[in-house]
Design a binder for this molecule. Structure first.
Ligand code: SF4
Ligand SMILES: [Zn+2]
Ligand SMILES: [Zn+2]
Length: 312
């Protein structure tokens, strides 16, 4: 039977697998944007007229985040984009071209930072020295740590009040499960729509406006809004990511039991305050002896990784 929009009875363009959620294109766009606005409002993700910097990789999630943050806040808050180039040919270069196009079309100033300029090597160099049988960790583990370091360092230099990332519901549910399986309470406590356990001048607080948006909804929103993004191919190193297994397991569970990912986020919301309180007690923040960035140890993980790569 042809599904109808629950709002206007027109022919539905999208039917979501949970709840009475069949929408025509127009009402789906409204439903999605309303959900993002609600996430921002209820979690107080933005305060006053602070500057909002959006980390944009050129993919659907970060382009959608930039589009909505700019749409909602550009009249009240300065909005800028931060583009990180890990140096992955035929992938990130193409994605960043689209991110830059979007920034120009939407009038958003942007800053581009590269691994090559910052660390002296690209992810292709990292890939040659890491991964299976190299015994120093997966390529993606290096990429994630180094990218997060640059995001914080440059968001701070750009005087951001908040750094918005494109993490969606699927990403977050995967992170919860990964942290549970690794018994990593410290990381678990940092999850949620607003990250962090302790406040520090060195850390720019991160926010996730798409926190309650499943990936299928982000894909549909980007498509129906005409948001350009890179979706031609995955990162060539993605096969190494541990996250792939967790994505597979959760997609399987979600297909069998719709609403599983939402329940995982509810579980996080209920447990995070208790865990964060406990973890904040023994969390000490120092400045990295090598680069000065905030870290819980003496030298930050990114500096240790850079050292390892340069030594190999
Ligand atoms: S898949 Fe891995 S190497 Fe590729 S961009 Fe993501 S984290 Fe980096
Ligand atoms: Zn409708
Ligand atoms: Zn450091």
């Amino acid at each position: 039977m042809q599904q109808k929009c629950v709002q206007c009875s027109k022919k539905a363009a999208i039917s979501l697998p949970y709840g009475p959620h069949s929408f025509c294109k127009e009402h789906f766009l409204h439903f999605f944007e309303k959900k993002v606005r609600k996430t921002i409002r209820e979690n107080r993700l933005v305060q006053g007229r602070e500057k909002l910097v959006v980390a944009c990789s050129g993919g659907k999630d970060s382009c959608t985040t930039l589009y909505l943050i700019n749409k909602i806040f550009s009249r009240s808050n300065p909005v800028e984009a931060l583009l990180i180039d890990e140096g992955i040919p035929k992938y990130r270069d193409k994605a960043l071209d689209i991110a830059k196009e979007n920034c120009k079309a939407w009038g958003v100033p942007f800053k581009c930072v590269s691994f090559k300029e910052e660390f002296g090597f690209t992810m292709v160099d990292v890939m040659r020295k890491t991964g299976p049988k190299k015994n120093i960790g997966s390529t993606c583990a290096f990429c994630g740590v180094l990218r997060r370091k640059l995001m914080n360092k440059y968001a701070r230099k750009m005087k951001a009040g908040k750094l918005a990332t494109g993490h969606n519901m699927d990403d977050e549910a995967q992170s919860v499960l990964m942290n549970v399986c690794e018994a990593d309470l410290q990381r678990f406590a940092r999850l949620g729509p607003a990250s962090g356990i302790v406040k520090s001048g060195g850390f720019v607080p991160r926010i996730k406006p798409l926190w309650l948006c499943p990936e299928i909804e982000v894909i549909a929103f980007a498509k129906y809004s005409g948001i350009k993004h890179y979706d031609k191919q995955c990162c060539p190193f993605k096969w190494q990511a541990k996250r792939n297994d967790f994505r597979g397991i959760l997609n399987h569970l979600e297909a069998s039991y719709p609403g599983t990912m939402f329940s995982i986020l509810r579980f996080l919301q209920q447990t995070k305050p208790l865990v964060a309180k406990e973890k904040a007690r023994d969390f000490k923040l120092n400045n990295c002896l090598s680069c000065g960035e905030p870290t819980s140890g003496k030298v930050c993980t990114a500096c240790k990784q850079v050292e390892l790569i340069k030594k190999k």
